[in-house]
Design a protein around this ligand. Structure first.
Ligand SMILES: Cc1cc2nc3c(=O)[nH]c(=O)nc-3n(C[C@H](O)[C@H](O)[C@H](O)COP(=O)(O)OP(=O)(O)OC[C@H]3O[C@@H](n4cnc5c(N)ncnc54)[C@H](O)[C@@H]3O)c2cc1C
Length: 462
């Protein structure tokens, strides 16, 4: 499918809805800027936005290999949620109770920060705070969900997290079977491509230079190179998330793990009623381990995704992996298991993209020792809101401003490498398959604690 003006294809339903897109001009001339940002996704663009806000005199350039939003930012499920890829118990054991509590507050506040910036910048991206419901579909999920909510209360973490009975849950969204659900109103949804493209336009209108079609081939302290063109910069931020392994010096920092999605045709009135006439913008999931996520869009489609696609040897990322037949079929099956009333619905598009996962699942704002070279990212699947928070922390750190936020502490944790290949490939794929097995065993009511520990260790979540 070609849907860009210069004849190339856009990698998600969301981006295709914005077709035809014209790529901004590439970086053609050598020169110098104060800050060069590599990667035109949410991370790079929010960083540019807050840098400019703090110091409008800065000359900032964003270099993007394809088009702004080409990566995960233009492909995701559109959940703007205060979720964090690392369990709260683990965050607390590393940073202590007070920092953990403050950090949860900063994450919850970020959902509103995104909403108020979207309004201020006039970005039309369907930002809607309709909350997130996560169903409990077996006894293990009930236990896990209850423990999670109790632990949040015990720690005094920010936000409103509720347990719903089966009836209350069904009143929000009707799935085939649920013992109840957890619900938080602290989540919003967006049309992700409209948000990221709108953000690019806004920062550009403020004077940030954006170069598309500009793959950075070399990053050193003081300059980046696009082909033979050299751009000098006092500070450099690399915000390439799932593509970071393409740079030799960071090839073991962020593991590209694919998340895949499908989107249905708009539901008919009868289909919409059959699933309980949910509020547009509602996020939904369940408490299984191999994450699934859905969004009810404003034009009454279901955008539905999940993890579990294989990890590719050597952290390979390629357009070929953006689609994966077994994942598409698996997602369609899971969607129909949740909503049998949708049998026969047409899937309008299937796509996917790489998440960036660090060895301990913590996102980072990391400075290379004794340089002005920064690397940000590692959100796993929770980056639509967190990129905004990371953008604010990065901007303050680059400008040398004091920052006593809990986020600065959490994102400042020293990075750790993934194992060399082929151990990385073996461990991660075995971990992914075991996660699927654990979910199936839990569906049957079988005990899984030893297997669960093993799979967490393999994928780095122990
Ligand atoms: C299918 C899917 C569903 C998801 N769903 C959700 C969700 O619902 N909620 C949520 O919170 N998170 C979700 N995520 C994760 C979220 O989308 C990401 O965490 C977030 O978008 C990361 O933004 P980023 O700017 O760091 O990375 P990206 O958006 O990936 O941007 C990196 C950019 O760098 C560019 N680039 C790479 N190499 C180079 C180079 N050498 N030179 C120049 N440019 C380069 C890429 O083209 C890309 O545009 C999902 C991700 C995927 C893939």
């Amino acid at each position: 499918m070609t849907d860009a003006k210069d004849g190339w294809s856009l990698p998600s339903f969301w981006l295709s809805e914005m077709a035809p897109l014209t790529r901004r001009p590439r970086l053609e001339k050598s020169g110098s800027v104060d800050v060069a940002i590599v990667g035109g996704g949410f991370s790079g663009l929010w960083t540019a936005f807050y840098l400019h806000e703090l110091d409008p005199s800065l000359r900032i350039a964003v270099l993007e290999k394809q088009v702004a939003g080409y990566g995960a930012s233009g492909r995701n499920g559109g959940w703007v949620c205060p979720f964090f890829p690392v369990g709260w118990g683990r965050v607390e054991s590393i940073f202590g109770a007070e920092t953990t509590r403050r950090f949860s507050e900063e994450l919850v506040g970020t959902v509103d920060e995104v909403g108020s910036r979207v309004a201020e910048l006039g970005i039309d991206c369907d930002y809607t705070k309709a909350g997130s419901i996560s169903f409990m579909r077996n006894q293990a999920q009930v236990g896990q969900a209850e423990d999670d909510v109790k632990a949040i209360e015990r720690r005094g973490l920010s936000g409103d997290w509720r347990l719903l009975g089966a009836r209350e849950a069904e009143a929000m969204l009707r799935v085939s079977y649920a013992d109840g659900a957890t619900f938080t109103p602290e989540c919003a949804t967006v049309h992700p491509a409209r948000l990221v493209r709108g953000l690019a336009k806004s920062v550009e209108s403020r004077g940030v230079e954006i170069y598309e079609d500009s793959p950075v081939s070399e990053v050193e302290d003081g300059f980046v190179r696009v082909g033979s063109v050299r751009l000098s910069a006092s500070k450099i931020v690399v915000a390439t998330e799932g593509y970071t392994a393409g740079f030799e010096r960071w090839r073991r920092q962020l593991l590209p793990l694919y998340s895949m999605m499908i989107v249905t045709e708009p539901l008919s009135d009868a289909q919409y009623e059959a699933i309980g006439s949910p509020n547009p913008g509602l996020c939904f999931a369940d408490h299984r381990h191999l994450v699934i996520y859905g969004q009810i869009t404003h034009d009454r489609r279901i955008a539905f995704g999940g993890r579990g696609a294989p990890y590719h040897l050597g952290s390979r990322v390629s357009r070929i992996h953006d689609t994966h037949g077994p994942s598409r079929d698996g997602l369609q099956r899971e969607l129909l298991k949740l909503f049998p009333a949708l049998r026969g619905i047409r899937i309008a598009r299937h796509w996917g993209g790489p998440l960036g996962v660090s060895r301990d699942w913590f996102p980072r704002v990391a400075q290379e020792p004794a340089t002005q070279l920064w690397r940000i990212g590692g959100y796993a699947g929770d980056g639509v809101a967190t990129t905004n928070l990371v953008g604010r922390v990065t901007a303050r750190r680059l400008l040398g401003l004091a920052d006593d936020s809990a986020s600065a502490a959490v994102f400042g944790r020293p990075p750790r490498d993934w194992e060399p290949e082929p151990f990385r490939w073996l461990g991660v794929n075995l971990g992914l398959n075991l996660t699927r097995v654990v979910d199936r065993l839990e569906d049957r009511g079988a005990p899984v604690s030893a297997l669960d520990r093993l799979r967490r260790t393999l994928i780095g979540q122990a």
